[in-house]
Design a protein around this ligand. Structure first.
Ligand code: SAH
Length: 248
């Protein structure tokens, strides 16, 4: 079981697989006013940076589930590096339908809402693990500018304009699902540049190390096209944020 190989090639050097910088992640942890011992479940936990740094900085405990063997391994290594192996556990597996045995305080899905079939389905899934009065964290893109055509949406790596909402629409949609939005931290362009541009050097290095690989041609094409595609489309059109929700 694993995610498509292209991601494990292009994002192998990322600690955060989203347009969040380390500073934004720390800001998010701080604004949530996490108390030591807060129990967090993270579906699609990637390389574990959120749980590991919050365990170190705020004394939380956490369980992360991720389908990438590489990223789950990196998460475990990061936990050892930060001395938080007692507080965090990383499970390599499909998080579809994952509900924790014991109720937890914060249930997160940060940039992987396809796990629950979209934002609404993911909120429903996370709610099943949550204690009364608990908090849900959803990391999700939104349109800064609604693409004028479907081609522009595809240029932003969306399947269609309808994949994402604008920020006001996204915030309203949480309300429609019966949740208060109690905090949010939004990515900025620097974060987007870090997320996207870091893939380019990773791809270049990978190509140098793996010239005969089956994927080499695909990675070469991507490296050639990605900087311009990103600057033309995603950088101007797409926002991203993490939204903290509490049931009304
Ligand atoms: N939340 C992390 C990772 C976001 S990237 C961060 O912010 O860094 C999306 C993650 O979802 C990847 O790590 C990918 O491996 C994982 N993923 C994709 N499909 C999944 C599934 N069905 N179950 C669990 N993890 C999944």
């Amino acid at each position: 079981m694993d995610i498509p190989r292209l991601f494990t090639i292009t994002e192998s050097a990322h600690r955060i697989h989203n347009p969040f910088t380390a500073e934004k992640l720390a800001t998010l942890g701080a604004v949530l006013r996490l108390k030591p011992g807060t129990r967090i479940l993270d579906l699609g936990s990637g390389s574990g940076e959120m749980l590991c740094t919050w365990a170190r900085d705020y004394g939380i405990t956490g369980v992360g589930v991720d389908m990438s063997r590489l990223f789950s391994g990196q998460a475990k290594r990061r936990a050892r590096e930060l001395g938080v192996t007692e507080r965090v556990t990383f499970i390599h597996g499909d998080a579809t339908g994952y509900v924790s045995k014991d109720k937890i305080d914060v249930a997160a899905c940060v940039g992987a809402t396809w796990i629950g079939g979209g934002v609404a389905g993911t909120i429903d899934l996370l709610a099943k693990s949550l204690c009364d009065g608990g908090m849900i964290l959803i990391g999700e893109p939104y349109w800064l500018r609604v693409p004028p055509t479907e081609d522009v949406a595809r240029g932003c790596c969306a399947n269609a304009v309808s994949d994402f909402l604008t920020l006001p629409e996204l915030l309203a949609s949480f309300g429609d699902l019966g949740y208060d939005v109690v905090e949010m931290v939004l990515a900025d362009r620097e974060g987007w540049d870090r997320y996207e541009a870091a893939k380019w050097l990773t791809m270049r290095r990978w190509l140098e190390a793996n010239p005969g690989d089956d994927f080499a041609e695909e990675v070469r094409t991507r490296l050639t096209l990605e900087p311009t595609r990103y600057a033309t489309y995603t950088r101007n059109s797409l926002g991203w944020g993490v939204f903290a929700l509490m049931a009304r």
